[in-house]
Design a protein around this ligand. Structure first.
Ligand code: ADP
Length: 396
């Protein structure tokens, strides 16, 4: 069966058409810089890669362009949409009710939409992705694979906030965690690489959104994102952890309401807010190299806070056997990995600078130093393969 996997992010839309038998991608690609000047679609097949530069003001335009490209007489890989047996969608928030993937019915769709306020940057993009695919492929079953599901086995003391217990029970205010599909995949790959299913692994998913997860013997036991994807380390435009008292202070000083402050924390903060340059780490690195103080400060703050989470999770598991870097920044930004690891030698974790500098070629790189007691791995994430597997399992 051919399964279209759609991963609609805040500024990107990645897709793969995967053959469930071979588990190989027949076509893959992504729209980059959606809503930002210079948006483009990269589409890769056995015939090669094409780059289509086209304005993509929103995700609806991006999905339509992906589908057009898949059936395109020259760049396409299928004759018609009917060849797509099912569509698997990455959906950010499953709340407490979804601890595994589900076939999307009207009722499920309502619940996904209802959970949008829990993930305001991502869930609306996921919903647009589902609706756009449904419009073009009304007969293909759609499956939702939730970012929160892998974290569903976290112990209660890790997912609890120290708020009145009844508000957890009644209002479900708790840590959920996100990027679960990615943390699950890379931690499983790391455990396989090490030949140790019981390894204590800290996975650093560093992309436009970033989160760190402690995985003990295959179970997510803690993770840096919380009730929403706003908590944890600083991100492209998200603040990560702040003192909640800042909200009232900012509201008063800047004349904003609570929604205004939340939008400010989600969209105007993070490395973009500190630097005033960009949310994109490539732009930040270029500006820092030219001596831009705020761009360097943004990078330093990001690396420092990631390092603190790694230390915290080593404490949470009473040790760490392996640290994994993944996603856009984790897989590609050599200087960020170097800076984070520079302060982790007390764990016995070191990296080999030459290995760390090797270009991402889509395979697992062991960048551990010769004397390192901890394996340090760069593992390209493959959320799409996990989504395809779960989609096939539900619809076959
Ligand atoms: P998301 O999926 O959350 O939108 P990604 O995982 O694609 O984000 O990560 C995007 C980030 O990765 C950007 O800050 C970008 O600058 C950074 N990055 C660094 N080097 C590369 C590269 N070679 N290719 C893609 N992204 C890169």
């Amino acid at each position: 069966m051919k399964i279209l996997v759609v991963n609609a992010g805040s500024s990107s839309l990645k897709y793969q058409l995967i053959d469930s038998e071979t588990e190989k991608a027949i076509a893959k690609g992504g729209c980059e810089r959606i809503g930002i000047a210079g948006s483009l679609l990269k589409h890769k097949t056995a015939k090669g890669e094409v780059v289509i530069e086209k304005a993509m003001p929103d995700h609806t335009v991006a999905v339509s362009l992906v589908l057009e490209t898949l059936v395109h007489p020259e760049h396409g890989v299928i004759a018609s949409m009917d060849e797509i047996g099912a569509v698997g969608h990455r959906v950010v928030h499953g709340a407490e009710e979804f601890d595994s993937s589900v076939v999307i019915t009207d009722e499920i769709m309502e619940k996904i939409i209802a959970n949008s306020d829990l993930a305001p940057l991502h869930q609306p993009a996921n919903v647009i992705g589902i609706n756009a695919c449904k419009a073009v492929m009304p007969n293909a079953p759609m499956v939702a694979v939730f970012d929160t599901a892998f974290h569903a086995k976290m112990p209660d003391y890790a997912f609890m906030y120290a708020l009145p217990y009844e508000d957890y029970k009644e209002l479900k205010v708790r840590r959920y965690g996100f990027h679960g599909t990615s943390h699950k995949y890379v931690s499983e790959e790391a455990a396989k690489f090490m030949g140790n299913p019981n390894a204590k692994i800290i996975t650093c998913h560093l992309g436009n959104g970033s989160s760190i997860t402690a995985v003990n013997a295959g179970v997510s036991v803690d993770t840096s994102m919380g009730f929403t994807p706003l908590e944890g380390v600083p991100m492209g435009t998200r603040s990560g952890d702040v003192d909640p008292a800042v909200i009232e202070y900012l509201a008063n000083k800047k004349g904003m309401d609570v929604a205004g402050v939340l939008s400010y924390l989600n969209k105007k903060s993070g490395v973009a807010g500190i630097s005033g340059v960009s949310s994109d780490f490539r732009d930040l690195a270029a500006a820092a190299d030219e001596g831009n103080y705020r761009a360097k400060l943004a990078l330093d703050t990001f690396c420092y806070k990631v390092r603190k989470y790694v230390g915290a999770y080593a404490a949470a598991m009473n040790g760490v056997d392996c640290i994994v870097f993944t996603a856009g920044i984790g897989e590609n930004t050599v200087s960020v990995r170097k800076d984070i690891m520079a302060g982790l030698t007390y764990l016995g974790a070191t990296i080999d600078e030459a290995k760390n500098a090797l270009k991402n070629d889509g395979t697992i790189h062991d960048i551990s130093g010769a004397d390192s007691k901890v394996k340090v791995l760069v593992i390209p994430t493959n959320e799409e393969l996990v989504i395809a597997r779960e989609t096939y399992a539900l619809v076959k």
